[in-house]
Design a protein around this ligand. Structure first.
Ligand SMILES: Cc1ncc(COP(=O)(O)OP(=O)(O)O)c(N)n1
Ligand SMILES: Cc1nc(C(=O)O)sc1CCOP(=O)(O)O
Ligand SMILES: [Mg+2]
Length: 208
């Protein structure tokens, strides 16, 4: 598996957001620490997901930035992404690994140590763990697990733990101390006045 970046930028396709503008701003300063996850609303068509993923892959390739696709692994393969991310409502991790193949990056969502260990056994190369804090970006999430919840999972697995859910640069020192390898964010980069500066702050905190 290619080495994994520590800052995962998840595309924000909510109305009024411009995920490609955010990406264009962040890419030139992010270097190898950036991973971009193409995530579209459940109501988006596969064609819309594919078109966005193709554009994201095209933007990421000159910077050698890893591009993943959330949920829709056929879109990941078709668009030339390096891998995908699955959760409880998506293909099981073991099936996702079969679809993507042994070399792909495969992320899985885990919210507690037991399912985290199972996901790793089934073939996950990293875990997205959360929600760390409350967030308005996504509906229907369980209660926040906080830094202790992130620590519990990080102590249970040997793959990178990516903390997600309401994460900001200010949270990063505590998350790293708890064993998180990196963070995945939507709001901390989308909808801020200066995404490049926000990304620099996050990467600085993740790599110091
Ligand atoms: C890095 C990362 N962690 C968790 C998630 C959430 O995935 P999932 O539980 O499948 O929910 P959706 O994102 O599909 O709504 C993620 N996407 N990325
Ligand atoms: C897409 C997603 N999944 C989560 C989970 O806990 O599974 S939290 C989340 C949204 C993350 O956005 P923000 O950084 O704006 O809080
Ligand atoms: Mg999912």
């Amino acid at each position: 598996m290619p080495s994994l970046g520590r800052l995962h930028l998840i595309t924000d396709t909510r109305p009024g957001r411009d995920s490609l503008a955010v990406l264009r701003a962040v890419l030139p300063m992010a270097g190898g620490e950036l991973v971009v996850q193409v995530r579209v609303e459940d109501t988006a068509t596969d064609r819309e997901a594919y078109d966005l993923a193709r554009r994201v892959v095209a933007l990421c390739t000159p910077y050698a930035v890893t591009c993943l696709v959330n949920d829709r692994l056929h879109v990941a393969l078709a668009a030339g992404a390096v891998g995908g991310h699955v959760g409880a409502d998506d293909l099981p991790v073991e099936a996702a690994r079969r679809v993507l193949g042994p070399a792909a990056v495969l992320g899985a969502t885990a919210r507690e140590p037991g399912s985290a260990a199972e996901a790793v056994t089934a073939g996950a190369s990293y875990l997205g763990v959360g929600p760390c804090h409350a967030t308005t970006t996504k509906d229907g999430l369980p209660p926040a697990i906080g830094v202790p919840g992130i620590r519990a999972v990080a102590e249970a697995v040997a793959v990178p733990v990516i903390a997600i859910g309401g994460v900001t640069a200010a949270d990063v020192p505590e998350l790293r101390a708890a064993g998180a390898y990196g963070v995945a964010v939507v709001g901390a980069l989308s909808g801020v006045a200066d995404p490049a500066r926000a990304a620099a702050e996050l990467i600085g905190a993740l790599t110091c």
